[in-house]
Design a protein around this ligand. Structure first.
Ligand code: FAD
Length: 301
């Protein structure tokens, strides 16, 4: 490790109010959860701070629970916990599927949802899935002696490359999934990388469909992508192209056309080319829609 660990100061609060008081300080520490993103920076000698706020003792950031309005996932929830949770597998199985595709087992054991959202990488695997699930982020800060909380819809949380709507004195406390997105919706997710494990995605897509029964129509769709823009993004033109249509390969093609014409403007970078990304993004959408809507992409309806 090239960073000088002995030179770092680590605060280890047991209560959320105490942690938030430290963040209200002018010499604000940098929050650290699983450390899987931060250790990379430390190892390369690019420590983002000298003082750290270890979140690992904060029970208020843990737990997966049903609430009157949906599901509440504590910010310290790891990928391993998502995979193992019966509640998640029953009510939002796409999240368990996503968690199984992150890094390898060691990263799944330590990496957290809050850390992924705090890091705000455009290549995050959780972000597109949570966008498709219409998630919101619960943030907390200190206001004098009080802890104040606010909710930010995830589609307004990512405001620029690795930039979020959270203020520096706020912690991500939980991720909230509304019941309206859990009942009557089906979800599918796929990540394309160089290999199955330990690969940052070249393209990642998540699709949610609400299907009406008679006639069989797409009542609503939510589609999100990662690795295609400076932030994870919703594909609203593709969503609009599907609304009210029967789930057929023609509808899938129309959505893919709208996606590439209006929603996504991929770039060339180290991991992939813009042309490859565009091709894969369109094919992924048709394939995920086919899996959810019960049609075979490419075949005439
Ligand atoms: C080898 C390797 C493979 C990986 N593979 C994948 C992959 O396949 N898919 C993927 O999506 N990611 C991957 N990652 C990235 C990383 O594991 C995830 O982003 C993980 O979820 C980060 O969580 P963490 O708890 O470790 O974050 P940390 O490193 O602890 O923190 C990350 C950032 O979030 C901030 N933060 C943490 N918690 C909070 C909070 N509660 N409130 C406010 N800010 C907070 C920190 O200050 C820091 O800026 C990989 C990383 C490595 C090293």
């Amino acid at each position: 490790m090239r960073g000088d660990l002995a030179a770092l100061e680590v605060l280890r609060p047991r209560r959320l109010a105490e942690a938030l008081a430290a963040l209200a300080d002018s010499d604000r520490p940098c929050p650290i959860a699983g450390g899987t993103d931060l250790y990379v920076a430390l190892n390369e000698g690019r420590a983002p701070a000298r003082r750290f706020l270890d979140l690992s003792r904060l029970d208020e950031l843990t737990g997966l629970e049903t609430t009157p309005s949906g599901l509440r996932l504590g910010a310290r929830t790891t990928y391993t916990e998502l995979r193992a949770s019966r509640l998640v597998r029953r009510r939002a199985p796409v999240l368990a599927e996503m968690a199984a595709s992150v890094g390898a087992i060691a990263i799944q054991n330590r990496g957290t949802l809050g850390g992924s959202l705090g890091n705000a990488s455009p290549a995050s695997d959780p972000a597109p899935v949570l966008l498709a699930l219409d998630a919101a982020v619960e943030l907390a800060a200190r206001d004098g002696r009080r802890v104040v909380r606010r909710r930010v819809p995830l589609d307004r949380f990512f405001i620029g490359y690795r930039e979020t709507a959270a203020r520096p004195d706020e912690l991500i406390v939980a991720v909230l999934l509304p019941s309206s997105a859990l009942e009557g919706w089906r979800y599918a997710y796929r990540k394309v990388g160089t290999r199955r494990a330990q690969a940052i995605s070249k393209v990642v897509a998540a699709v949610g469909l609400e299907l009406g029964a008679r006639p069989r129509r797409i009542a609503a769709a939510r589609i999100a992508y990662g690795s295609m823009a400076p932030t994870p993004v919703r594909a609203r033109a593709a969503e609009a192209a599907l609304a009210g249509r029967a789930p057929t390969s023609a509808a899938g093609r129309a959505a893919a056309r709208a996606l590439l014409a209006e929603d996504l403007h991929p770039i060339d970078d180290l991991r992939s080319s813009a042309d490859y990304r565009a091709l894969v993004a369109g094919r992924l959408l048709e394939s995920l829609l086919g899996a959810l809507g019960g049609f075979r992409p490419g075949l005439d309806d």
